[in-house]
Structures are given as C-alpha cells and as structure tokens.
Design a protein around this ligand. Structure first.
Ligand SMILES: [Zn+2]
Length: 259
C-alpha cells in the first residue's frame, strides 16, 4: 500500500478527548499517516504534547494564534522556547496576522508574530502561519531582512495569486484545505497551477472548513483524503502521487518530525 496523506493542520486539541482518539483512528483507517496539531494558546501546550507522546504519528506546532496575540506577554518567548525543546514540537505556530476579526489589537498581533518568528529563526524551526485580510502587512513582514531564511507553511492559503507568487518565490510552502473543494472557491483554486508540486501541503484545519461532501459538518482529519483527491484532480496526477509528494514536502519542511 502506498503511503497516505498527512493532515498538516488539525486542531485536535479542540475536540473532546474520546473524539480525538476516534477521529485519529477513523483517519488512519482511510490511510492518513500523520497529523500536525497547531496550538492556539500557550496554555494548550501540555495537553497537545501529551497527545503527541501517546501517538507516534502526531506532531505539533506550539505558539500563539493572532486571535490570542493580546495574551502574549514578557517571558512568553522564553516559556515557548522551553516547550519547543520537546522532540514532538516540530514548528512554531500557529502565528501570524488576522485583521478579519480583529480579536486582538494590531500592535499586539505584530509583537507576537515578530517575537515568534525571531524565536523560530533562533531555534532553527519552521513556522505555521495564519494570514487573513492582512496580505499587505504580511508581505511587509516576510520582506523584512530580519526574517531572511525563515521556513514557513502558509496554512489554509486563500491569499490570492499575487500573494501566492511572492510567497512561492521566497521559498515558502502553501497549505491547501477543504476550501479547494468548495464550488465557489475559484479564487482559492487559481493558485494551484502556479504552486510547484514540491511546495504543496494538504490539511483539514479541523474542526473548521470541512470539504465537500462534508461541508457544514464538523471537519475531521479523515477528510484530508477529499482535499488530496481534489488536488490530484486539479493537477492531473494520481491521488497516491499527491499523498506521496505532499508527505515528502511535510518532512522536508518539518525535519524534526522525520527524526
Ligand atoms: Zn489553525
């Protein structure tokens, strides 16, 4: 059997404990061979790490989501650095900017994302980036020479062609979610032809954004198969090839997961 896809972004921590185990098993039954769980808050880190230590196919990103950026305080950088020493923590995140909801003031979002990116560079870890309605500010950040050499997954990418072009040009990876299956999401799918095969990741963003035919229901890691299938259709290769290639990309971007 060829190796199945890896769900590079699923918030298993937001599910009740029994449902986490159930949804991991359901995904494995469909051939899903790995899971990356990104933190939203630092308070979740112990819980997420415990989950990773119970399952050899589960890894995590630790950090603070832009919605929670106002909680980022002096000392958190050192606290996060300590947590990232865990062998199962393979990235910093998810972190970034979100001006859509504005749950945290912009200045605190900038402070939190900059400090987390600085820490990632210092520790030699990649970042998992959330970006919504903040393309211009995000581009300013990635163009800042202070962040030269940063490795990143722009998860559930929906930033449009121009943004995609620049991010790809800078060597970043784009995470494709269930949005690529939505009939009206032509603006999300249009980046697929310009995304090199070796820069694509697949994800569910569980529990959000369930792909067709599960749209409107709670999302689960098993549905990364639907995302992988759609990417295969769009690129004219087999689903097995997309699973293989995106898996290879995953371990290249997150080398701690391959150790
Ligand atoms: Zn997320």
């Amino acid at each position: 059997m060829t190796p199945g896809p890896i769900d590079s972004h699923c918030h298993l921590q937001s599910l009740p404990p029994e449902e986490r185990e159930r949804s991991l098993d359901a995904a494995r039954e469909r051939g899903v061979r790995g899971f990356l769980v990104p933190a939203i808050r630092l308070e979740e880190a112990e819980d997420i790490l415990a989950l990773c230590h119970r399952h050899p196919d589960v890894w995590c990103a630790l950090g603070v989501h832009p919605h929670e950026a106002s909680t980022w305080k002096p000392g958190d950088r050192e606290r996060l650095a300590g947590l990232l020493a865990d062998p199962r923590a393979v990235a910093v995140g998810e972190c970034g900017l979100d001006f859509h909801y504005g749950f945290s003031p912009r200045d605190s979002q900038f402070r939190a994302v900059r400090e987390q990116w600085e820490l990632a560079l210092e520790l030699g870890l990649p970042v998992v980036v959330h970006n919504r309605d903040s393309n211009d500010e995000m581009l300013e950040l990635v163009r800042d020479p202070a962040f030269d050499g940063l490795a990143a997954d722009f998860h559930s990418f929906a930033g449009g062609l121009e943004m995609a072009r620049e991010l790809i040009g800078r060597g970043f990876y784009l995470g494709l979610s269930g949005m690529i299956t939505f009939p009206k999401a032509g603006n999300v799918r249009e980046v697929i032809p310009l995304l090199p095969a070796d820069r694509a990741l697949v994800e569910t963003d569980t529990p959000y954004l369930a792909p067709i035919p599960y749209r409107g229901k709670p999302n689960r890691p098993a549905y990364v198969v639907e995302v992988t299938r759609r990417l295969a259709e769009e690129t004219g290769v087999t689903i097995e090839e997309v699973a293989r290639q995106t898996g290879e990309n995953f371990f290249r971007l997150f080398p701690k997961a391959a150790a």
